[in-house]
Design a protein around this ligand. Sequence first.
Ligand SMILES: C[S@@+](CC[C@H](N)C(=O)[O-])C[C@H]1O[C@@H](n2cnc3c(N)ncnc32)[C@H](O)[C@@H]1O
Length: 288
Amino acid sequence: MTARELILDAELRFSAADIVFGHGTENARDEAVFLVFHALGFPFDAKGPLLDQELTEVQRTAVEAIVTERISSRRPAAYLTNRMWFAGHEFYIDERVLVPRSPIAELIRARFEPWLVSERIYRILEIGTGSGCIAIATAIAMPNAVLDATENSVAALEVAAINLKHYPQLGSRLRFIQADLFPAEHTSYDLIIANPPYVPGDVAVSLPREYQHEPIVALEAGADGLKYLRRIIQYAPDHLSPDGAIIVDVGEMADIVDHKFSSVSFTWVDLEYGGEGVGIAYRHDFCN
Ligand SMILES: C[S@@+](CC[C@H](N)C(=O)[O-])C[C@H]1O[C@@H](n2cnc3c(N)ncnc32)[C@H](O)[C@@H]1O
């Protein structure tokens, strides 16, 4: 058996088992490639002859174990491999944090242009950092900015700290703070980024099994899904500089956000690489 054959086999098994994707991959093929390459220790851009080499018994057993585990446990692939890529960077991931997948990655890679003038962003706040993926990727993309990243969950902050250790050069510009949405210390930010929990309670309990492995505090946001967004929108203007802006990821809640919050108008970004619900509002888009 070769890697190419094992990928096809895994793809067919994932499709037959009705595996749910959306945690970094969108289909059975990509999920199979991700897991098979991981089990074989292949680089993620492996191609050509490597894929057609005859594998050893040990290699085949390793692939079989991870493919079977993915199907039987329904744990997202990132929890089986303890790794996920976000905005071009690799992060350590486990069940203490949400699997990184926010389409905000696209804006980070573009250094937030054309929405903002990146050279004029000096202070950034990320709310609800989880693994730290948004904060760390943003710190890398914006070398002139200093960042605060808040998180309520102590367990998630442990994972963020593991990830920050892999980027020691960022330590002087990025700090993780345990806080309820906004830091206690009052600072004026040029950019606030938030991918808060936004899943209504009744939806959260009926999500596919894959999502049940993620921390409920990273998904569920009260009966209407707006528990955190409501406070973020209410208090963001107090924490923004006069030319500052907030970027939110609210997934499929964009229409509801437009309808429910008359104090602000978001512009919803057309995302080139997929996803929905990424909005930007400048300080002057807030009524208060
Ligand atoms: C949707 S996850 C986003 C995680 C990460 N930023 C990402 O994009 O992968 C929301 C995060 O907000 C955190 N959170 C929930 N309530 C919070 C609160 N009151 N204050 C700060 N963070 C909170 C959760 O623990 C979780 O890590």
